[in-house]
Design a protein around this ligand. Structure first.
Ligand code: SAH
Ligand code: SF4
Ligand code: F3S
Length: 441
């Protein structure tokens, strides 16, 4: 009987897609997918270290395998992802969980295949973490699990060193994938029937600035959206220091590109933005949104916000609230600042007490939720186009998203996953919408 794999993923979209590449490698080696963790012959943890709670989550789940490993000593446990790439973290993992068999980094994902083969012939654990980024490795056999959506990397790494952020330390310097590789991948995905292509990078607007490819991001986006077929295009993440009108002009040209820009602001206060090393001001940020809306009035913006950054005063925080109200985001991800070892902000001597951070995040979440609720209510009575993604067996409803990422649920007699549906919205509940499928459209 074929051996089975199970992958546990933490973190961002980048990691979700990397787990698809890991699945591709595991299948190459001869494993097949396992539904349940207990049935797996190899379990791979694809970790994240963006905030402390992401790490604790992984620690908890890895620790919980101690018993299973005892009962089933031939079970292989592998740990990869951003955590293993953190300085000193493999030592911590080794000590805490001596039963881990294999560790690999984000910078040498491709080595997983040889590491597994090596582990099969030796008792000793196999650890290989590459310290410096190398040439980009193509993964033509990623095993995709998110049909009708497909993630496509356009670049890796980050050069920005925002003072709170660990990503540049665990993902290496920015490098762009060759445009022809990206375009070929998208063409193939469209041919296979994928309906939503999301271009991924930590800072997509600086695509090509390493001189490793022949296009700017705007040119690449134009080329992707020019590919024939019935599909949507998304991209993330845009960094406000580099977001520009060229990209918006390309959006204007192609209806295929969703009118949604994820533009993480982090804070509404110039003083905090400066300490964060974000390299834009509140005013520049707002002027970009104005530019976007002047060309595309229907466009929506989503964002990421951090509260409780070192030195953030009540007034700084209120400026963030004010900005949130001004922009009227489609949605916002809100985080409490989490010190990351090795980053500049972790060394700052004006860390904010936990109770103040908690108070601010609660107020902000309430504000964001109330704005999102209001946005949802405006949907009622309208008909929107949804790309059906899945079936929720518990609810007995199909679900999908509109171009702004809003989730809509509906009933259908037949399986409509992968189809664009006209949905008449009848009810809004928090961030979710409920509606009726319009037949014959
Ligand atoms: N490259 C993207 C985002 C990467 S991480 C960008 O520049 O926007 C996703 C989000 O996690 C960030 O936007 C930020 O809001 C949050 N984040 C990153 N480091 C954090 C930290 N140390 N504490 C809390 N939130 C953090
Ligand atoms: Fe982190 Fe800043 Fe890079 Fe985003 S741009 S990954 S927040 S360092
Ligand atoms: Fe993503 Fe977490 Fe790494 S957010 S880039 S998986 S640290």
């Amino acid at each position: 009987m074929a051996q089975k794999y199970h992958i546990v993923t933490y973190g961002c979209q980048m990691n979700v897609h990397e787990s698809e590449k890991i699945a591709g490698i595991l299948r190459r080696v001869g494993y097949t997918e396992s539904g349940a963790l207990e049935e797996a012959d190899i379990i791979v943890f694809n970790t994240c270290c963006i905030r402390e709670n992401a790490e604790n989550h992984a620690f908890g789940n890895i620790g919980a395998l101690k018993k299973l490993k005892k009962q089933k000593p031939e079970l292989l446990i592998a740990v990869g992802g951003c955590m293993t790439q953190e300085k000193g973290k493999t030592e911590v993992l080794k000590k805490k969980f001596p039963f881990i068999d294999i560790m690999f980094g984000t910078l040498n994902l491709e080595d997983l295949e040889t590491l597994i083969l090596r582990k099969r012939t030796q008792k000793k654990k196999v650890i290989e973490i590459r310290e410096k980024e190398g040439e980009i490795i193509e993964f033509p056999d990623a095993y995709r699990t998110s049909y009708p959506n497909a993630w496509v990397n356009i670049m890796y790494g980050c050069n920005n060193f925002c003072s709170y952020c660990i990503v540049p330390y665990v993902r290496g310097r920015e490098r762009s994938r060759k445009s022809e590789h990206i375009l070929n991948e998208v063409r193939q995905l469209v041919k296979e029937g994928y309906k939503e292509i999301t271009l991924l990078g930590q800072n997509v607007n600086s695509y090509g600035s390493d001189g490793k490819t022949d296009m700017t991001f705007a040119q690449l986006l134009d080329a992707v959206a020019s590919i024939e077929g019935n599909f949507r295009v998304r991209f993330m993440t845009s960094h406000p220091k580099d977001f520009n009108e060229d990209v918006v002009k390309v959006m204007e040209k192609h209806r295929k590109i969703c009118r949604l820009v994820h533009l993480p602001v982090q804070s509404g206060s110039n003083a905090v933005l400066k300490e964060m090393n974000r390299r834009y001001t509140r005013e520049k940020y707002l002027s970009e949104i104005e530019m976007l809306k002047s060309r595309l009035p229907e466009a929506e913006v989503t964002t990421d916000i951090i509260v409780g950054f070192p030195g953030e005063t009540e007034d700084d925080y209120l400026q963030t609230e004010d900005l949130v109200k001004t922009v009227d985001y489609a949605s916002a991800f809100t985080f409490v600042y989490s010190p990351r070892q090795g980053t500049k902000a972790a060394e700052m001597d004006n860390q904010i007490p936990e109770d103040v951070q908690k108070d601010r995040i609660m107020r902000l979440v309430e504000l964001v939720n109330s704005l999102t609720r209001k946005k949802s209510e405006k949907y009622v009575g309208k008909t929107v186009e949804i790309l059906c993604e899945d079936y929720d067996a518990k609810k007995g409803l199909y679900l999908g998203r509109d171009e702004f990422g809003r989730m809509g649920y509906f009933q259908s007699e037949k399986d409509v996953i992968g189809q664009f549906i006209q949905l008449k919205i009848t009810k809004a509940n928090g961030i979710s919408l409920f509606g009726e499928m319009q037949e014959g459209k």
